[in-house]
Design a protein around this ligand. Sequence first.
Ligand SMILES: Cc1cc2nc3c(=O)[nH]c(=O)nc-3n(C[C@H](O)[C@H](O)[C@H](O)COP(=O)(O)OP(=O)(O)OC[C@H]3O[C@@H](n4cnc5c(N)ncnc54)[C@H](O)[C@@H]3O)c2cc1C
Length: 466
Amino acid sequence: MPQHFDAVVIGTGQGGSPLAVRLGKSGRKTAVIERGAFGGTCVNVGCTPTKSYVASARAAHVARHAAELGVQVSGTVSVDLAAVKARKDRIIGQSRDGVEKWLRGADNVTVFKGHARFTDAHTLSISGPDGAVTDEISADEIFINTGTRAVVPPLEGLERVRYYTNSNLLELTELPAHLVIVGGSYIALEFAQIFRRFGSQVTVLVRGERVLTREDADFAESVRKVLAREGVEFRFGVQPSRVEPHPHHENDVCIGFEQNVPALEASHLLFATGREPNTDDLGLAAAGIAVDRHGMIPVDGQLRTSVPGVWAIGDVNGRGAFTHTSYDDFQIVAANVIDGGSRSVDTRIMAYAVFVDPPLARVGMSEAEVRKDGRAALMATMPMSRVGRARERGETDGFMKVMVDAQSRQILGAAIHGIEGDEAIHTFIDTMTAGAAYPTLQFAMHVHPTVSELVPTLLDGLKKMV
Ligand SMILES: Cc1cc2nc3c(=O)[nH]c(=O)nc-3n(C[C@H](O)[C@H](O)[C@H](O)COP(=O)(O)OP(=O)(O)OC[C@H]3O[C@@H](n4cnc5c(N)ncnc54)[C@H](O)[C@@H]3O)c2cc1C
């Protein structure tokens, strides 16, 4: 007989862990199952390690440019990747251990270590690393938070070469001589700038004609320009078709292309070519839970799957691919299932940042989306060179943009590529969440000298979009 629980959470990602604790606190006998590292992608191989590398990379960059601010740093600036990694390991170790301790100490929560698989809609088997089933549990309420993993394209010769994804690249202790990155997304660009600032030669291979295809072309170009100025090389309109070991240098890789493009040699090859959901090995068919053609689990506004009593939260539901969207999913489910509310993901205003330096942060609609929508709208842009804070810091790259509805005066979307854009964007996020029209923000008194201080001035420049 399976051991019965009121609720089970599969995966300890950014939504799953707090949800397990809340379910336990609500009096439900709760189980949480984790097959890998506690804390999931963000803590172990995503946000936390990459942002600790961004910090090290920025320290190197600032040291190299200190003379521009009248500060002399003697000698050459170099990066000890083993020390950078050790610092990162300490930071993520603290978070991972913190999540595990939190779960193990939570009221009414039992932690299972192993791989969960549905055997029917409300029963799960749990197996160890050797595949042998160690436990069987059933539950009235099941919450899937199994996340995603890196996609590696099926290139000819891949089985014969050494290659990397976001996970194992973060295990390196020696700097790559030449890091070749396949992909033009935010993960690709963050790694490109990090390793360039660490001192590696970096080449980014982009299938299309520009990076960051989800963003407006002017923002994508603004980010590309900064990285190119720092020495990141970009090749557009290229797609690797085959790889093979270098004939003379052990571990190096030769990359060939379909197009009439000369082959490229890399000491390290990183794939940042998208993410796929951890749903193929979850036994979803046995539970009758539908997936879409990408393997994502479709959910309604309340994050319910096609099977009553089963929810999907985090990246795996295809409604967001960020730590904050996974955490927001937890809050929506907790509000509805535990507190009897009726919150919906459908009204969520999407926001995120790309943590290149300076960051690109965005909320709501892009300019392209507003134009496609066809509504009467106003728009304003402002270069970061007008922002006192940016001039004082000597970092004036980038610009801000905002779009508002001409009639309702509601903010439709905004983006900032510039220093502290990842913080300043919250002035827009909060105004939009409050449902206030833009004059509320226009007449707010902001602190001097900050980036947010220029947001009211940006709004003063709104003009009809043509
Ligand atoms: C390089 C990189 C950088 C990123 N940077 C940022 C950033 O700066 N900001 C941001 O907001 N987002 C960032 N993200 C995205 C972010 O990491 C994810 O959106 C976030 O972790 C949310 O994931 P989740 O809660 O859906 O699940 P995850 O965190 O992926 O956790 C899923 C957990 O489920 C476990 N699991 C899977 N299948 C099973 C099973 N069958 N049985 C038991 N356990 C299972 C896994 O081991 C894992 O621990 C980044 C991602 C990457 C890869």
